[in-house]
Design a protein around this ligand. Structure first.
Ligand SMILES: [Fe+2]
Ligand SMILES: [Fe+2]
Length: 276
């Protein structure tokens, strides 16, 4: 099995021909099957793919990790530009998500498009609320059980249910899991379920212990000292070869992971390609 993960949109861009954008998008190739995993906030996906000579029209399916704007922002333009595609996601991605701002205002950080608008643009939705396969050896986690009490969504996220503002557990947060012969490759958007919860869920569901790589956002940017210590202890107890942190990880969390886990930890930035 030949697998490659290429980061098309991420907060930082290490070379001048690419642009950084708050959010995440990656092209995942498993042999001849191509997945667009998330779509960034707006335009970086398209500009960077063009600059890198990547044909987004060759994508077989789109996977959306969760309904935040910085992962769904390019979806409608992708569908309009490249035509109908299967879109795999948890059915909760359209939740109404006002984020409390300083001064008492709210900013909606949910998906900026309705299901109807996306369907009209060519989105053929496949809801994956539980763990399941989307192609041979490729799985979507579905809702991830929150078994570790030291992990949380990573922010003061809110959602509206029946007209009332409530805590948002980001139940739609999903990771892509590739069952590679040498170990699992797990790709995450923001890891609002918790990086350790996600890895443990992936191992349990696939009956594997070896993890080749975790790649993507970890949302540890606001993590407490206690959470970081417990996360590091848990990661040290897992059999994981590489942790490639991106997007919402934060400098200090990335530094602590690097200090504790050494060269197994690296940064995943716009344009980087990882092959397995
Ligand atoms: Fe994010
Ligand atoms: Fe998010």
């Amino acid at each position: 099995m030949k697998t490659a993960v290429t980061i098309l949109a991420e907060n930082t861009a290490p070379i001048p021909s690419l642009i950084g954008e708050y959010g995440f998008a990656a092209l995942i190739e498993v042999d001849n099957y191509r997945i667009l995993f998330d779509t960034g906030s707006a335009e970086a996906l398209f500009k960077n793919a063009k600059a890198m000579g990547i044909d987004l029209g060759a994508v077989d399916a789109v996977v959306i990790s969760h309904g935040h704007f910085d992962h769904t922002g390019g979806l409608i333009n992708y569908l309009k530009q490249y035509g109908p595609r299967p879109v795999y996601a948890h059915s909760g991605i359209f939740a109404h998500r006002p984020l409390p701002m300083r001064g008492g205002d709210y900013r909606d950080i949910g998906c900026g498009f309705s299901r109807e608008e996306l369907a009209a643009a060519g989105g053929i939705f496949h809801w994956q609320d539980d763990f399941g396969s989307i192609a041979p050896a490729i799985y979507l986690s579905g809702a991830v059980p929150r078994n570790n009490s030291f992990e949380d969504t990573g922010g003061n996220f809110k959602m509206v249910i029946d007209g009332k503002l409530q805590d948002d557990p980001l139940v739609d947060d999903s990771a892509l899991i590739i069952d590679h012969p040498d170990g699992l490759i797990i790709v995450s958007g923001c890891a609002h379920s918790g990086i350790v919860n996600i890895i443990e869920h992936a191992c349990r569901k696939t009956n594997r212990r070896q993890v080749l790589a975790f790649i993507g956002g970890t949302h540890l940017m606001n993590a407490s000292r206690e959470r970081m210590e417990k996360t590091i202890t848990a990661l040290q107890s897992l059999t994981i070869s590489r942790i490639i942190v991106s997007h919402c990880t934060g400098f200090y969390a990335a530094s602590q992971l690097y200090q504790a886990l050494g060269k197994r930890v690296s940064k995943g930035e716009t344009g980087m390609r990882f092959e397995f």
